[in-house]
Design a protein around this ligand. Sequence first.
Ligand code: AMP
Ligand code: MG
Length: 479
Amino acid sequence: MTLHIPFDNAYAALPDRFYARLAPTPVAAPGLIRVNHALAQELGIDPAALETPEGVAVLAGNAVPAGADPLAQAYAGHQFGGWVPQLGDGRAILLGDIIDSNGLRRDIQLKGAGRTPFSRMGDGRAWLGPVIREYLVSEAMHALGIPTTRALAAVTTGEQVLREAVLPGAVLTRVASSHIRVGTFQYFAARQDTEALRTLTEHVIARHYPEATSPLDLLDRVIARQAELIAAWMAVGFIHGVMNTDNAHVARETIDYGPCAFVDGYHPDTVFSSIDQFGRYAYARQPEIAVWNMAQFASCLLPLMGEDTEAAIAQATEAVHRFPGLYQDAWLRRFRAKLGLTEARDDDGALIHDLLTLMAAERADFTNVFRGLAEGNARDWMRDRDGFDAWAVRWQARRAAEAATPDAQEAAMRAASPALIPRNHRVEEAIQAAVAGDFAPFHRLTEALGSPFDPAPGTDDLRRPPEPDEAVTRTFCGT
Ligand code: AMP
Ligand code: MG
């Protein structure tokens, strides 16, 4: 059984200054953790071939598969608001892009594949913890129906990585519709390389927005998709944790699962990231940060928006100002669905906010309260029963005004509010076990999270919120 990956390599065909060509750095002893069979098939790759020694060697970076044209992409970005003119793939190697079985272009990238010219002080490696976390959380996001990069495989390297401690090394194979970020545009904008900006814009339009008619139209579409994406995060309690512009994907995939986490006990100010001292990327700030990121993207496109700079600035500003309205519409649509509502009424926003306020006051479990609305036990997850009951009277009256039957409303709620999310303490548990050589909890969690809206029997323990001594309140960047 030989491994065949149908490479096409459109990114490698872009000008040299878009990347540095280099092969992954081999590791000591590749070991297979998991191959994502369904994704492999979607990509037109035989999953069994990926599991052979030859396949595992490719996934570890020890062999470059036929047709690959490996490279590290150049990009820049604002990190926590501070400008960094050159970031780039410091520990990721793009093997190439392929056309998948649906005719869509997909990147295949090894994350943790060794040093590149963009590594700065880093070792180019990843340790097992962030690889397990990204595999679990990105695949959970996909199962939740939220646009995201995917995890094709995870392997161990047989090498040790030095972080706060000496830890086992690993490589994640990441699949994305592309790895083009706002920061990719910023890289060329900062260098006043208008020709590269034009080439990149044409590539992004052809690849992600074929219906876009101009750079301004592209901006509008990127903003609209970004507003949808952030609303989708909010509706499942997802906190990205590092919404830097280099982690803002232009085709709206959730990318870079570093200190990300789902809220257990809900509060709008929730922050998990150990490096986010001031709560810049707190749960409730994500929409305004997205606006900020879109403003950075808009400014990159200005040189392509015609001779009249004043007019271009006015148009770009207008486009960015459309974000809050688009976001609000998407947010309302998603939270209405969580309450079983399909029709729009003026005070729906207040009804939703009032529930969230009750929940925030006692840090009620976000996932279980909303799922409980469908399952009839939301009240059990609240301490303020009177407060909840008073709210529920209004909610029931509002439901009664809908044309849909109670059963249909319940089905809609079940489809909008997952029973299973990758709870932090479970992710942490899977990481701890993996570090000790036991991958069973990781496999079990991966499989359970594959059907979050319709949980399999025997997964009830994964729905339980953490006990106080289990709660994970800090997460660390994926390095
Ligand atoms: P991230 O936090 O993964 O978005 O990474 C931010 C930047 O640091 C990117 O340019 C990464 O490629 C780079 N980077 C992160 N970790 C490492 C590492 N261990 N070695 C080299 N570069 C890294
Ligand atoms: Mg990043």
